[in-house]
Write a protein that binds this ligand. Structure first.
Ligand code: KIV
Length: 271
């Protein structure tokens, strides 16, 4: 029997049950009310209010500039639309790396001001104190390891992470640390599929992959990427389910042409 089909509200416990039963978890990003309403109605398990809003909504080159207030605005809009999915909110760069007290007060702001159900934080051992403090306050935390875009200036590029043994060992160590601390799930971004599968087998909490192969417990994609809205981004891991760039472009052109020709509005489209 499918856990997914039966539940009215997805919780962290439901996700754990899905992993235990070998049922894959579906996750997409969402940043605004209208899109989140469609995503939720489609039956997605998790909506991530990702700091990728910095790229796809605000046009920044990296995820670093987005602020806590801006993340709260996006997350509150998404939560107003969602009836079933678990909503995870990214803690933005600078809101949790400083000290654990600040991290906790920022996580509390997210929970209070958005109505979101959990937060996501990038990193392992180096941020474990902040993760533990937030968990102690009863706020569920999703971890994020591998390619962590908030550290892009340390990495230098967006290439696949943990191909070398040292980094792979550190990643496995960090995943176990996050599990022991009490994280309810971990995102693994852009790492070799074999390593991701090894991590998914060596921890009991759900592992959600993006560019991490099929041996994990679920998948996440950025919604603008999978809809083909951003036609300049085509990494190997991305499956495009639509070409909305083309569809929107031609709709806008048709509208312009109808306005210019005087065809719109016609008699039935006026009072
Ligand atoms: O911000 C985001 O969209 C993410 C996903 C890529 C996992 O963190």
């Amino acid at each position: 029997m499918s856990v997914h089909k039966d539940v009215k509200k997805v919780t962290t416990h439901v996700l754990q049950e899905m992993k235990n039963r070998g049922e894959k978890i579906s996750m997409l990003t969402g940043y605004d009310f209208s899109m989140a309403r469609i995503i939720d109605a489609s039956g997605i398990d998790v909506i991530l209010v990702g700091d990728s809003a910095s790229n796809v909504m605000a046009g920044h080159e990296t995820t670093l500039p987005i602020t806590l207030d801006q993340m709260i605005y996006h997350a509150a809009s998404v939560v107003r639309a969602v009836e079933r999915a678990l909503v995870v909110v990214d803690m933005p760069f600078g809101s949790y790396q400083g000290n654990s007290k600040e991290a906790l007060s920022n996580a509390i702001r997210i929970m209070k001001e958005t109505g979101g159900h959990s937060v996501k934080m990038e990193g392992g051992e180096e941020i474990i104190e902040s993760i533990k403090r937030i968990l102690t306050a009863g706020i569920p935390v999703m971890g994020h390891l591998g390619l962590t875009p908030q550290s892009i200036y340390k990495f230098g590029t967006y290439v696949v992470r943990a191909k070398e043994e040292d980094e792979a060992k550190r990643l496995i160590h960090d995943a176990k640390l996050l599990e022991e601390a009490g994280c309810f799930a971990i995102v693994l971004e852009k790492i070799p599929a074999k390593l991701a599968e090894q991590v998914a087998k060596s921890v009991s909490i759900p592992i959600i992959g993006i560019g991490a192969g099929n041996g994990v417990d679920g998948q996440v994609l950025v919604v603008h990427d999978m809809l083909g809205i951003n036609n300049e981004f085509s990494p190997r891991f991305l499956r495009k389910y639509n070409n909305l760039y083309e569809q929107m472009f031609s709709s806008f052109q048709a509208y312009i042409s109808d306005v210019k020709s005087g065809d719109f509005p016609n008699e039935n489209e006026q009072y």
